[in-house]
Design a protein around this ligand. Structure first.
Ligand code: PBG
Length: 308
């Protein structure tokens, strides 16, 4: 009876696995603050991509961890930069079975760890960053990424990237706008995952957790700029924002269950304080119930196995 009357269902096709690929390592490297998650080599990433395809999930979101960083994040636009190399390899391997997607942001590639380039005073320069994002979009699309995940929260980034893609003939490359992305403590473990160099915080470009209407406003702006998919992030602490965005959006709405959300459940489960499988399924069901059409989650492949 419960199965028949359930209002919300989970399906592997609606799960996307975020993955990390690191330059200059021979073996996958565990991420201590995210038990079960690793920084991949290109080879181990190809194997993980095949496993994900086998599991029937919807896609992969790739993050690159370069060996060398500089002020403008040169590795992000270099065709031989780790993220672009890995994208090419994964697209060749599983491009027909999975939607290969890439994080479009400079923070992994800059030596100061910010999502954009800095001005003379050390503040993030919004419009100079848009120029970098345009180039990064072309490099990623050329490498075979089908969806570009614009996570940098610069104003005007969706319009800028859409224009760059269209003017170079990449009209089929989709833009996933991190429309409402909050300056969250729950990104903590991710900073280890990408070896982040960040000093300070991102509160000058990410949103204040106190603000709900502002999330909706950011989503409307991205819709107007030509986004193909909207994202709310983090997920569990922002279900009200997710529900608001889902109510007004006529394009898909996704949510990102971020590193801290993952690690909290893992830590509690490891201590025997919580039923791990039930907790994982409950969080994902709640995110779907609030209005997410698909969810980025580090549990994507494991959950797909449970759902089979
Ligand atoms: C920025 C980016 C971040 C995450 C995804 N993209 C970090 C940040 O904004 O500080 C966090 C994802 C997670 O915590 O799982 N490129």
């Amino acid at each position: 009876m419960r199965r028949l009357t359930a209002e919300t269902r989970l399906h592997p096709a609606e799960l996307i696995l975020p993955v990390f690929v690191r330059e200059g390592i021979d073996e996958p490297r565990p991420i201590a603050s995210m038990p079960g998650v690793v920084q991949h080599t290109v080879d181990s990433l190809k194997a993980a991509a095949n496993e994900a395809a086998e599991a029937g999930i919807g896609g992969l979101m790739l993050f690159g961890v370069p060996e060398v960083r500089d002020a403008v994040g040169s590795g992000a636009t270099d065709p031989n930069g780790i993220l672009n190399v890995a994208t090419r390899a994964v697209a060749a391997e599983v491009g027909d079975a999975l939607v290969v997607q890439t994080d479009l942001c400079l923070d992994e590639f800059t030596d100061h760890g910010h999502c954009g380039v800095l001005d003379a005073a050390g503040a993030v320069d919004n419009d100079a960053t848009l120029e970098r994002y345009r180039d990064m979009a072309l490099a990623q699309a050329d490498a075979g990424s089908r969806i570009l995940g614009l996570s940098g929260m610069m104003d005007g980034q969706v319009a800028a990237v859409r224009d760059a893609l269209d003017s170079e003939g990449f009209t089929d490359t989709a833009v996933l706008a991190y429309a409402a992305k909050y300056a969250s403590s729950f990104y903590g473990p991710f900073r280890e995952a990408v070896d982040s160099q960040l000093q300070g915080d991102r509160r000058s470009y990410q949103q204040d957790p106190a603000n709900r209407r502002e999330g909706l406003r950011e989503a409307r702006l991205d819709l107007d700029e030509g986004a193909d998919i909207l994202m709310v992030k983090p997920a569990l602490s922002y279900l009200d924002v997710l529900s608001d965005v889902a109510a007004i959006s006529d394009i898909p709405v996704w949510a990102y269950q971020v590193s801290g959300e993952y690690s909290m459940v893992e830590a509690a489960a490891a201590n025997g304080w919580i039923d791990r499988e039930r907790a994982v399924l409950e969080t994902l069901t709640s995110i779907r119930r609030a209005g997410a059409d698909a969810v980025l989650t580090y549990w994507a492949v494991e959950v797909a196995g449970w759902l089979k």
